[in-house]
Design a binder for this molecule. Structure first.
Ligand SMILES: C[S@@+](CC[C@H](N)C(=O)[O-])C[C@H]1O[C@@H](n2cnc3c(N)ncnc32)[C@H](O)[C@@H]1O
Length: 260
C-alpha cells in the first residue's frame, strides 16, 4: 500500500492518482476488458464513443484501434489528465462524467467504475449522465459473499470484536480461496443497484465480499480473477446485515451494519 508521508496541498488528488497507478499491474483486468471490447467491435466501429474515467486512456486507445470514429476520454483527476492529454489519437476531456456534455450524439460509453464492494467507486455517476449513450459497456455487475471459519494466530476472536461492523480489505492470504456463493447485490445500467435480501450461514467467523463484472449476461472478470480489486472481510456477527451506498459530492460511501 502506498502512502503520502508529508504535508501536501492537494493530498486528495495525489492520493487518488497513487491508488490508481497500481491498476495497470493487473494484466488480467486489462486483458478481460480488452477482450470484451473486441467482442463488441461492431458497436464501436465508425462510432462516437466515450470512456468515462479514462485514466491513462488504454481502453480509449483500444477503442480507436477497433475503429471508433472519435473517442472522448473523460477524466476528472487533474494529475491523471496531464498524462492523458498527451494522447493524440483520442480526445481527452478534463471533467467528471456527470458534468460532461458531449457536442454530438454518443453511441457507446465504456467505463471501469467498479469498486471492491461493487458500487463503492463511481458506478453511481453513470445514473447522473447529461447524455444518453445507446450502449454502455460493461452494463452489469454482482456483489457476492461467502462465510468461512478461520482460526488466525494473531487475529483471534477477541481481536475480531474490535472490527465489529467494519469492512476491511485484504490482510489475510487465505481470503482469495473463500468460495463466494451468496448473492448480495446486483447492478444493471439503467436499472440501478438492487440490494438483495440475503442471509449468511451461522457456521464461520468471517464474511468475505467480492464483486463480479458482467456484460449482457456474460461474465467478464471478478475480484477473484483480478488482483486490482481487493477482497473485503468483516467479522460475522449475525445472519443478516444492512448494506447501502450514499452518494455525496462525487464520492460513494458504504454503509454497513449487522442486524440485531
Ligand atoms: C478505476 S480507474 C479506471 C481507469 C481506466 N478506465 C482504466 O480502466 O484503465 C477510474 C478512473 O476514473 C476517474 N474517475 C472517477 N470518478 C470519475 C467521474 N465521476 N468522472 C470522471 N472520471 C472519474 C478516476 O480519476 C480514475 O482515473
Amino acid at each position: 500500500m502506498m502512502e503520502v508521508l508529508n504535508r501536501v496541498k492537494n493530498l486528495q488528488v495525489v492520493d487518488e492518482f497513487l491508488t490508481f497507478l497500481g491498476i495497470y499491474d493487473d494484466v488480467k483486468r486489462e486483458r478481460a476488458l480488452k477482450k470484451l471490447l473486441l467482442k463488441e467491435k461492431e458497436k464501436i466501429k465508425g462510432k462516437t464513443v466515450v470512456e468515462a474515467g479514462a485514466g491513462f486512456g488504454i481502453f480509449s486507445e483500444w477503442m480507436k484501434k477497433l475503429g471508433a470514429r472519435k473517442v472522448y476520454a473523460v477524466e476528472s483527476n487533474p494529475l491523471v489528465y496531464e498524462v492523458l492529454k498527451e494522447k493524440r489519437e483520442i480526445t481527452p476531456v478534463l471533467s467528471t462524467i456527470e458534468e460532461f456534455e458531449p457536442p454530438e450524439k454518443i453511441d457507446v460509453l465504456f467505463h471501469e467504475f467498479y469498486g471492491p464492494m461493487l458500487y463503492d467507486e463511481s458506478l453511481a455517476a453513470l445514473e447522473r449522465l447529461k447524455f444518453s449513450p445507446e450502449w454502455v459497456i460493461p452494463d452489469g455487475g454482482r456483489l457476492l459473499c461467502g462465510v468461512v471459519n478461520v482460526k488466525d494466530k494473531v487475529v483471534k476472536d477477541r481481536v475480531l470484536q474490535a472490527f465489529a461492523g467494519v469492512l476491511i480489505t485484504d490482510l489475510f492470504p487465505w481470503i482469495r480461496k473463500v468460495p463466494l456463493t451468496i448473492p448480495v447485490a446486483v447492478w444493471k445500467y439503467g436499472e440501478g443497484l438492487r440490494i438483495l435480501n440475503c442471509e449468511v450461514p451461522e457456521e464461520g467467523n468471517f464474511v468475505v465480499f467480492g464483486m463480479e463484472i458482467w456484460h449482457e449476461k456474460n461474465f467478464v472478470c471478478s475480484s477473484l480473477t483480478c488482483t486490482n480489486w481487493p477482497l473485503v472481510w468483516t467479522p460475522r456477527l449475525g445472519r443478516r446485515f444492512k448494506l447501502s451506498f450514499e452518494w455525496k459530492d462525487g464520492i460513494t460511501e458504504v454503509l454497513f451494519e449487522w442486524e440485531t
